[in-house]
Structures are given as C-alpha cells and as structure tokens.
Design a protein around this ligand. Structure first.
Ligand code: MG
Length: 395
C-alpha cells in the first residue's frame, strides 16, 4: 500500500500575516514557515511516501524558501485553482501520473499535525475508502439571533469538528472530484463533503486538539505557545570552559569584565580576564564552534590588550545567529587572592550585561585551593565555566 500526502497551500487569506509575508501558510512559526512544519510533520511519517504541494502561482519564491531543507519525498509543486476544491483537483491530477493507493489531503495551515493522527487515518483506510481527522464537540451549542439572544440549545450529540488530514482511496476521491467539477459544483468546504456527495462512506477518526488551523494572528500566537510547550525540537546543550593566566606584579586584574584592585595583575596577550575566557569557551563549546584561541589567536596583533568582553560578546552573537538562547552561565574562580565575594554581584551583573541576559541566569563563585598547586602558591588564577544553551535541534 502506498500513501501520498497532498498539501493545499494555494489560499490567499491574509488575516494571520504578522511578518509581512502575504499568506498564512508562509507566516513564521517557531522560526520557519507554517508550510514547512506541515511538510515536515507528514514527511516524518514512514507510511507517507511522497508529498505533493499545491501552491498559488504568485507564491513560487516563498515556496522555494519554505522548502529549502525539505524532504526528498517532496514532489515539484503544482499551481492551484480559483477555489480550494479546484486546487485539490489539480494536486490529485498531478499525483495521478503515478497513482498512490491512498491520499491524505491536508491544509498547509495546520502545522501542528501529530504523527499518530496520520497513523489512525492510514489504519482506517485499510477498512474504508474515506477516513478523516476530527474532534467530537465539547462545548454546548447555542443557536442565537444576530443580536445575541439565545433561541435554542442544540444537541452536540454526534457532532464533530472536521480537521485535516482527510484520507481517501486515491482513485475514488479523484473520481469524486472530477465528477463534482464536471457537474459545476465548486462550493464544497472540505474533501469529505465531495466524497459524501459522491456516495462514499466517510469515517471519523480521532484528530488532535493541537491540530489547529491558522486563520488569524491569534491562531498563530496559539500555535507558537503550543510549539513552545512541546519543546518543538528545542534541545539544551551544555558547554564547559577552563582557563589559566599567570599572576605578575601589577596594579590590579580583570575578572568577569571588572578591574579588581590587587597587588598583581594577570599576564596575557589580551586583558587576561581568565573568567571571561572560560565563559567564552563554554559558550563556544555548547554550540560546537571551536575555542577562543581559534576565534581570537594570541598571535594576532588586533587582540593585543583587547578587552575580553569583546570575545564573550562574539560567542554570544554566534549563538544568537543560530537562533539559540542562553539558559544559564556558572563560573568558578580559583584564587587565593584577591577576595572575590565583595565583587561577586557586580561580576554577575557585568557578565549578564555583556551576554544580554537577565542577571539571575549568571552565577559567579570563587574558591581557594587550600594553598595547594599553582593557584595555592599564588602563581596564577584559574577559572572553570559551564553554560546551558537552548537551540533548535537542526542548528
Ligand atoms: Mg585566556
């Protein structure tokens, strides 16, 4: 048995547009177009072997951008018609070049499709020739006059809200659509209605409450919230950093972006801020972007006496470019002297400021090493840092 997906993305609704893109199926959701989500969700199901999109001819460029990283299951798009029904027919005709056994017709504007819904539809198609996703109505229904006066309570018994995908025997739904088009009927609001009109038996299967259709900006906000709740492919990555600089006689040292009075200074090519170097390496580590020496080689005269906040800000910018965010940063300074406690809060604030994050996400602490080792002998200061960042899994 083969099953194709047909995604209808040719509509012209403009209500959900918040980012200047002309139509809802190309609006940004979780950092990528709504349509890209719909394609990915269907492509992820092993039972779907190809995906046919139907688009508006004006959207060819938007479509190309949306499917840049798309599945190899994706066929070349075809242009839709004046109505949704005409667009579906165009897609079905395109698929008929190599007809699948089943087709799941899906609205591009339902990007939160869950794989188990697809499974249930395909499973039902082994018994019936039409199976559609839906949700039984949970709200009490009222019929009201235009001024809001309730005229009746309508029984919700047996009532469902139809969603997509709607799955069909491919030859039967193609024949039904052809027949409806030949009869000049163009007002069916979903494909199940076409099937019902053609005399096919249609079965409801459980959809999902998250499988909402994005029509308004509020729907888009709701979808963002649902994506956020699910984690939506976000993952947390950890990075660690370690650094050491030698103490030499001087007039104070840089730690966590602050100049601390001291009898000594830290020696280095830059300002030798050992703590910021460790944090920078932790961030670079979390995103797999090498280490501080690669980005700012000590052999490069540009970084002579450089202020280390530049290095840290660069690492934060690399993370931001990948669409990531810092969850927390924790740094431990290993030193016998100077005392860190009096500067701790100011250091947290300064690191947070450089990273552009809330101070509560930054921890600075210090320890001596009980007189042991190079730090105990006051020959140098070491710093250990750890960070967690949140990134989309594909970045
Ligand atoms: Mg260093």
């Amino acid at each position: 048995m083969t099953a194709a997906a047909l995604i209808v993305a040719a509509g012209r609704g403009t209500r959900a547009s918040t980012d200047g893109s002309p139509v809802k199926q190309y609006a940004a959701l979780g950092g990528k177009p709504v349509l890209a989500h719909s394609i990915e969700r269907l492509a992820a199901n092993p039972l779907i072997d190809r995906i046919q999109c139907v688009i508006h001819p004006d959207d060819a460029a938007l479509y190309q951008t949306a499917v840049e990283a798309a599945s190899r299951k994706l066929l070349l798009p075809v242009n839709g018609g004046a109505t949704r029904q005409a667009s579906v027919l165009a897609g079905l005709r395109a698929l008929s070049a190599a007809p699948p056994d089943h087709v799941l017709i899906h609205d591009a504007a339902r990007p939160l499709l869950a794989s188990d819904v697809v499974d249930r539809i395909i499973s039902a198609l082994s018994e019936v020739s039409a199976a559609i996703a839906g949700q039984p109505l949970a709200d009490t229904l009222k019929r009201a006059s235009p001024d809001g006066r309730v005229e009746a309570t309508v029984s919700r018994n047996g009532l469902w809200r139809a969603q997509t995908p709607q799955g069909f025997s491919f030859p039967k739904i193609l024949a039904a659509h052809e027949k409806a088009a030949a009869a000049g009927l163009a007002d069916f609001t979903d494909d199940a209605a076409v099937a019902e009109w053609a005399g096919m038996e249609v079965r409801m299967v459980a959809g999902s409450p998250d499988n909402l259709k994005i029509t308004t900006a509020e729907d888009l906000a709701m979808a963002e919230a649902l994506l956020g709740r699910a984690g939506a492919g976000l993952e947390t990555r950890n990075g660690t950093g370690f650094d050491v600089h030698r103490l030499v006689e001087g007039d104070g040292l840089w730690l966590c972006g602050l100049k601390i009075p001291h009898t000594h200074r830290l020696e280095g090519h830059s300002d030798a801020d050992v703590a910021l170097h460790a944090v920078t390496d932790a961030l670079l580590g979390a995103i797999g972007a090498g280490d501080i020496g690669q980005h700012f080689p000590p052999t490069d005269a540009r970084w002579k006496n450089a202020a280390s906040h530049t290095f840290l800000a660069h690492a934060a910018a690399l993370l931001a470019q990948r669409g990531g965010r810092i969850v927390n940063v924790d740094v431990t300074i290993l030193a016998e002297a100077p005392k860190i406690a009096p500067h701790r809060e100011a250091m947290c604030r300064r690191v947070a400021e450089i990273l552009g994050i809330d101070t509560v996400r930054v921890s600075v602490k210090a320890t001596t090493t009980e007189g042991l080792g190079f730090t105990g002998r006051r020959e140098g200061i070491a710093a250990i840092a750890s960070t967690n960042v949140e990134l989309r899994a594909r970045n």
